[in-house]
Design a binder for this molecule. Structure first.
Ligand SMILES: Nc1ncnc2c1ncn2[C@@H]1O[C@H](COP(=O)(O)OP(=O)(O)OP(=O)(O)O)[C@@H](O)[C@H]1O
Ligand SMILES: [Mg+2]
Length: 486
């Protein structure tokens, strides 16, 4: 790995140098060939294992943990930071630069009451979901590998420590800006330094002046809105949308108690530790804006309020337009000759989508499997097997008639259906699938994880003999609830 050290050399005072604590008997548990390619690696070798486990030093690496703060479940925590994660620098790959983080590598000055570790089950979940979201075309951080060990860790019971090797175009979070806004007693020196670093590294086409700042924040709003539109379209609940888990680049970031929806339920809560549903599925768009407002607040010393408000006001339109684009694609409503749909058409389509979701919820249908059926229907025909699944047949018929009218004439039905299959995945990372892979791995069998990882790399393709990976969960399997304990 060719490592650069831009953050480390340019931003002293933004991190603490740390020594990884190492793992006992490290073992490769998961390896993403795709992600390895991004950082110019080909094989999971023994030497690399010792290095990424923190047992052997890496040429060119600097070891540091970043400081940040953040709003957690609505309240401000003035100092957080990487309590269990160590960055080693920016790996240079064929498609650009990637921060490499060893998540779970031991105590840091920001560990507070924690042990600096991640347990194997949470490392596997982060690994699988990072790679799954990427293949679902959702903006996300990536995972190179999971390393297991015999190092003991105590949660509700004794478990073993693991490391997820995370790759991210940036580890800058909304919380970085919040920390340097509130910790400087009004000098704004570091906040300015941070903003200039961010713009130069990640938005090199923008200038570090008033106009550049405004354009930058508009872009952050846009990228955040786009990420959340993807989550809503694909049925992904993040679970812990604290501002320290919001990447400045709009990549899905920090995967804890996340879940895809099985049965569609708009107010689905995936996080056992969130009984109020602050981060429920249907709250995510609003929370995205709330988090951007916290970021804007932290930027007020540097960016004019009018500019911040202007950018925040674009959020809803950005989100809705991106969501509409994704949903039209799922339903086959796209009309290539119309450059931009009219407001009336947008409203009509949103109503059509909303009505379908309502019917899905009433009939307790599986979100992913229902959408997948759009690749098999012929909207010009009266009868569709999709209808069989809905309880309120009359309501479905009314909806379907509106849908047929909206779809209109289809020149090439096979092509139309093929496009629906490219928009509606067959395979998602259902919690029970992740759980099977985790339990097997905890018992020393990594093949289940490997197979699941393989399937999730082609979520839109019908894969032979893989129906076990696309079935909906049994009621018992659907009851798996995740907590923040990781
Ligand atoms: N086991 C732990 N030991 C020390 N600190 C921890 C531990 N678990 C979480 N933290 C810290 O608590 C804060 C909130 O945790 P959160 O779960 O959002 O982040 P994370 O999953 O640890 O890391 P990241 O956000 O980098 O993915 C962070 O500062 C994190 O470093
Ligand atoms: Mg976090």
């Amino acid at each position: 790995m060719q490592l650069k050290q831009d953050f480390f050399t340019q931003l002293p005072g933004f991190y603490s140098q740390v020594t990884p604590q190492g793992l006992t008997d490290p073992k490769w548990i998961g390896w993403s060939r795709d992600a390895a390619h991004l950082v110019g690696l080909s094989q999971p070798t023994e030497s690399l294992l010792a290095q990424l486990a923190g047992n052997k030093s890496i040429d060119g690496a600097c070891y540091y943990s970043q400081v940040y703060s953040g709003h957690q479940f609505g309240g401000y925590s003035p100092q957080l930071g990487d309590g269990r994660s160590i960055l080693i620098g920016e790996a240079q790959g064929p498609e650009g630069s990637w921060d490499v983080a060893l998540k779970g590598s031991g105590l840091t000055p920001y560990s507070r009451q924690g042990d600096g570790r991640a347990v194997l089950r949470s490392a596997i979940r982060e690994f699988l979901i990072s790679e799954a979201l990427y293949h679902l075309h959702v903006p996300t951080t990536r995972a190179l590998a999971v390393i297991g060990s015999t190092t003991p860790v105590w949660r509700e019971q004794r478990e073993t420590a693991a490391i997820t090797v995370r790759l991210a175009k940036s580890h800058l979070r909304f919380g970085h800006f919040e920390y340097f806004c509130h910790s400087e007693n009004g000098s704004n020196e570091k906040l300015t330094q941070l903003l200039h670093f961010t713009i130069k590294q990640h938005y090199p086409h923008l200038s570090c002046d008033k106009a550049g700042y405004k354009a930058w924040f508009i872009q952050v709003v846009k990228d955040t809105a786009k990420m959340i539109a993807h989550w809503q379209a694909i049925g992904f609940a993040h679970g812990v949308m604290n501002t320290d888990n919001m990447s400045i680049l709009g990549d899905s970031f920090d995967f804890g108690p996340f879940a895809f929806l099985d049965t569609f339920k708009e107010d689905f809560i995936c996080n056992h530790s969130d009984p109020q549903g602050r981060y429920a599925f249907n709250q995510q768009p609003g929370v995205g804006l709330w988090n951007l407002q916290r970021l804007a607040q932290a930027l007020t010393p540097l960016i004019a309020s009018d500019d911040l408000i202007y950018a925040l006001n674009t959020y809803q339109t950005e989100l809705v337009q991106h969501y509409l684009c994704l949903m039209r694609n799922k339903l086959g409503l796209y009309q290539p000759y119309l450059k931009r749909e009219s407001q009336a058409q947008d409203d009509e389509d949103l109503a059509l989508i909303g009505e379908l979701m309502k019917l899905m919820q009433e009939s307790q249908l599986d979100h992913t499997l229902t959408w997948r059926q759009f690749g098999q229907i012929t909207p010009t025909q009266q009868h569709v097997c999709l209808r069989d699944d809905f309880v309120a047949k009359n309501d479905f018929d009314t909806w379907y008639l509106r849908y047929q009218n909206r779809v209109g004439v289809i020149d090439n039905i096979e092509q139309w259906q093929g496009l629906r299959d490219r928009a509606n995945p067959q395979y998602i990372l259902r919690n029970f699938l992740a759980q099977e892979a985790i339990e097997a791995a905890e018992n020393g069998d990594f093949s289940v994880l490997e197979q699941l990882h393989q399937v999730l790399q082609r979520p839109f393709d019908e894969q032979v003999n893989m129906s076990a990976y696309s079935r909906k969960p049994t009621p018992e399997e659907a009851g798996i609830i995740m907590s923040c304990s990781s």
